[in-house]
Write a protein that binds this ligand. Sequence first.
Ligand code: SF4
Length: 240
Amino acid sequence: MAIKKVKKSISRRQKLSFKEASSGKMTRRKSNSSQRQCLQNLQLLNHYYPHVRCALNYETPYQLLVATVLSAQCTDERVNQVTPELFRQYPDPVAMSQARLDVVEKLIHSTGFYKNKSKNLVEAAKLLVQKHQGQVPQNLESLVQLPGVGRKTANVVLGNVWGIVSGIVVDTHVSRLTQRLGWTKEKTPEKIENDLMKIVPKDQWIQVSHLLIQHGRGPCKARSPDCSHCFLQESCPSAP
Ligand code: SF4
């Protein structure tokens, strides 16, 4: 379908939802061009990727925590290849807390940085058992105390498992696309997240990362973005 036609076909209801979001549901209103750009892009991203979700496979909060730790410097596809056997052998924090490091290292070797990741997984599991009754805590402050767990991982778990909105996940795709699209001029994940929290409607804080990651795996790749086939081309400041 032609891009112009698709833009017209975005339902009035969806437009209203964004109007409401931009007028009332933001934590801090920032009426400037980056906000307008962001809201306009979000409408199209939601339209083209209506069912996008977290690409990591998991069945429990703990498994998503583990998968997200493994996804650092690694593709979700690779993580999904190693987690079935890892979760079979170590399905929960109790099992992982008793794991032998060399066994875990072997299982996750292909995800890279396997020595650090293994150590973090075992130490984090011990902390979960000792301090949280073997459960994944449902707040950012406790999560970031776990070895190997930063704001990004904590936000992924809180948002995807419990719908708890505590921030915006900024990975390499989100970082690249938000700069290309003119949503932010910042370069570091913390500063980018800070900017995004001012312009993205709060009810989109979880979904926005999935949308941008999807688009970053599609036309807006790191090298050679395919701008001529991108539905954001018309409004993208980085388009040729
Ligand atoms: S127009 Fe190009 S740079 Fe802009 S979002 Fe699309 S692919 Fe990325």
